[in-house]
Write a protein of this length. Structure first.
Length: 431
């Protein structure tokens, strides 16, 4: 069956010439880009743009000779018999269909069908990464990100190539914002702007800025070779911060989406970002097991917290300006954001996710309970049963009077704070 599908796709494909943008660029981006970046090109060979990948590296052999796959070093290295010299290095050889695709593209003249030969491949790849959202969902998708509208009446929910917007009062679908990445990892809502972090793992990542009213087209604020993981607006909406799979923290203008800064603070994925209440500092949490506080005036790291033993999954400032961080395995620490000294731990459960809001903290844990910690308290004011199966993500409304949970079975639930009284729950899948 698989073989027949392959043969069929090869036959269908051979009807039309190979597209560099749609077929070759995503392949090179996925399999080769990490070792041939502009920053650190192995063999002094860069694959960042079409123009660059046509230029030889240290061997000085032409990587691509249009019309002649045999005289093209790039293609020859894919079939190299010595595993040491073969590309991609230190990996299995590419599947025959992929090698054949590259050879055919070269045989057909190695044509470029994108907008500009100097455009990064990741940007070319973006177009091939976006698909229309399904009209109806065959089954609900796990909920990975939620955000309340500023007035608390609507809830933005992660979907498949889209974000769906729902009425909190009756659980009805208000609108669908399409043209977004396959997976949405984090959402932040300010005014009529919704920022969505996400992408397709190991292929492409972005921060998308959508107009909730659907009046302006979606803007992509960056194109990265790995998905983005966390996104936040500063309280005044002037800035957007994103934690990225390429280990960077990125700052954008909150209104225009223009790139402002790329901060290299971590040695691994940056999972969570949070602005301090006055917007002067940024807190970041990484899979490298550290958290940092950055002064946004000077871009200096003012504090590094290394008290966790496992990768960090989330971070937020508490109401008193101290920092909360959550690590994989469930440890949650509270520490002095100025001095990095730990001054507390949230005990009583293995925490899975948390959100900090205007009235306190909401957590979810492996015991399937949600808890509300008022103000800066460390014992829960209220504990109640979660809705749906495993809760993966939480949100708190701006006024701190509602919280929402999103579960792996697609259930979204809204509760009143501080009492945890259920307001409404529904399965957030267009049907
Ligand atoms: C794990 C890292 C890694 C990956 C992945 C990788 N390469 Fe390489 N590549 C290298 C290194 C290292 C060299 C230098 C060769 C040497 O010194 O042995 C090289 C050299 C090359 C060269 C020769 C450049 C020159 O002129 O000397 C080409 C062409 C090339 N790679 C293409 C590719 C392609 C195409 C892919 C994806 C299918 C790929 N590489 C994936 C590490 C990698």
């Amino acid at each position: 069956m698989i073989l027949r599908a392959l043969l069929l796709s090869t036959c269908l494909a051979s009807a039309a010439p190979v597209s560099f943008q749609r077929e070759v660029a995503p392949l090179l981006q996925r399999r080769c880009a990490t070792c041939h970046s502009a920053e650190n090109p192995k063999g002094r060979y860069q694959l960042e743009t079409f123009a660059r990948l046509m230029k030889a590296g240290q061997s000085e052999l032409p990587p691509v000779t249009p019309g002649k796959p045999v005289q093209s070093e790039l293609a020859a290295l894919l079939r190299e018999s010595s595993a040491q010299d073969r590309m991609p290095q230190k990996a299995e050889a590419l599947p025959e269909v992929e090698i054949a695709l590259i050879e055919r593209w070269i045989a057909e003249g190695a044509r470029f069908d994108g907008a500009s030969k100097d455009q990064p491949l990741v940007e070319l790849v973006r177009d091939s990464m976006l698909r229309p959202a399904p009209a109806k969902y065959a089954r609900p998708l796990p909920i990975t990100a939620l955000a309340f509208s500023p007035d608390g009446t609507r809830l933005a929910v992660s979907g498949y190539y889209e974000v769906t917007i729902w009425n909190v009062s009756d659980g009805s679908l208000v609108t669908r914002l399409g043209g977004l990445p396959e997976r949405i990892t984090s959402l932040a809502w300010h005014g009529s702007r919704l920022a969505a972090a996400g992408g397709s793992p190991v292929q492409w990542g972005t921060v998308a800025l959508a107009d909730v009213a659907g009046l302006a087209p979606v803007k992509f604020l960056c194109d990265l070779p790995e998905t983005t993981l966390g996104v936040a607006f500063s309280a005044d909406g002037a800035r957007i911060a994103a934690g990225c799979g390429d280990r960077t923290v990125r700052l954008f203008d909150g209104a225009t989406g223009a790139s402002r800064r790329v901060l290299k603070l971590h040695a691994d994925w940056v999972q969570g970002v949070a602005f301090s209440a006055d917007g002067s500092h940024l807190l970041t949490a990484s899979r490298d097991r550290t958290a940092r506080v950055v002064d946004l005036k000077s871009d200096e790291v003012t504090t590094s917290y290394t008290g966790h033993e496992t990768p960090l999954v989330a971070a937020a400032f508490a109401l008193d300006g101290q920092a909360w961080t959550l690590a994989r395995g469930g440890a949650m620490h509270r520490w002095d954001a100025g001095r990095a000294t730990r001054n507390g731990e949230l005990k009583g459960a293995d925490w899975a996710a948390f959100r900090a809001g205007a009235t306190g903290l909401v957590t979810t844990a492996s015991d399937h309970k949600l808890r509300f910690f008022a103000g800066n308290e460390r014992t829960p004011k209220t504990t109640w049963e979660a809705a749906g199966d495993v809760v993966q993500t939480l949100a708190i409304s701006a006024d701190g009077k509602r919280c929402a949970s999103g579960a792996a079975d697609g259930t979204v639930a809204v509760f009143a704070l501080p009492d945890g009284k259920p307001v409404r729950s529904w399965v957030a899948a267009p049907r």
